[in-house]
Design a protein. Sequence first.
Length: 475
Amino acid sequence: MLELEGQIVEIIYKNDVNSYTIAVLDTADKEEITVVGYLPFIDIGDSLKLFGKYVEHPDYGTQFKIDTFEKVMPKTLGALEKYLAGGIIKGIGPATAKRIVDTFGDETISIFKYEPSRLAQIKGISETRAVEIAEEFNEKWEMWQIVGFLERFGIGASNSQKVYKKLGVNAIEEIEKNPYVLLDITYGVDFKQIDKMAMDLGIASDNDKRIESAIKYSLANNGNTCVIKENLIVFVKALTNAEEQNIENCIINLKGKEEIAVEKRGEEEWVYLYSFYKAEQNIAEKLITLNSSKNIKRIGNLKQILKIQERMLKKELSDKQKEAIEQVNENNVSVITGGPGTGKTTIIKFIIEMYKEKKMKVVLCAPTGRAAKRMTETTGEEAKTIHRLLEIGKIEEEGKIANVDYDIAPIDADVIIIDEMSMVDVFIMNYLLKGIYLGTKLIFVGDSNQLPSVGPRKYIRRYNRIKKNSNSYIK
């Protein structure tokens, strides 16, 4: 791994969410190098020690790709002046930065840290403002300490901004008290990684926070919305070597705090993270409500309309395809399922034309950009990703577990057709249904052999009555 040291002189691009940055570093050899990577809390004027490697970008040439970094105090007065003049502290511009460095010289940083009132010696800085400026300087310096602290435990810089937003300037203190809080905030880390960190910080192996965190981690990362309680206990026991009774007690504690939910089904108990349970409950209730509401979009004389469409589209429908379209007409919520070549696309085309002829608005969407593009190509109509349709691009970036109560703007549509439904997870499904008016027809398209969602699933299987009342199938 190569090491590079210098001062940031230009920021070309910075992602506001995860702090992925493209910047220009002025090295000690007065060479300007383009650097790319995660640089949270970094501004123009910051002095950095970077660790990484050189890479060749096909369009932009040689770049230094950052694996990790350290922020260092400016080593020269000129670098310190440039740092202060970079606009990172409100009220200090180039002229004031020069006066501060000229006045205090090598003592400048010490003044900010230990004698802030002396900054009032500078023309234009009051005693009150001197204290505020010093507090802001020290707070910004504390922020990047989070990066170094997390790096010690193998947690990359890409997570540090999330940690700071959640825990604030006391993040390190909060993490030292309960390292497992990182599992609710960070991405790309697993329980064992955080557990080792906790052990290094002196957390006891039978600590309730440790066992509760293992329970929540197991529920969040098994790929489904819930698990059988006995299976959960076995998994957590293997993960932590905790006593079974301790795990049982922690399940009770988490249930009391509404961090998990336990649902009795016959002789079995199923355990959910509470957000998963709430999302799945919302989905089931909304599907039932949608399908049982008045069928105000039903079209009369359907058979005659289909005959006209067959002539217009020069396509003859099979009996099964006609049955599917009839079921869509008779129900507010429908599922069209079947493998490749079973005629799903033809059905969708007929449904689109049928409702467009009646001056109704049909909206097409899919869970991924690729699926939406393919839907557009096969139907000739615009299809959007669900995220774009709902305008929820940043919801999942606000926290590791999505907010199931997030407000969604209503969707302007008479009919909504969603392709590749197998890839829609429980949270996106919850958001989607929140945006649907009663009376809107909802059509799910897909088959069991398509890719599963990355997030938790199994939301349709919970209530068998939903399937019985609202399905159209192509077998």
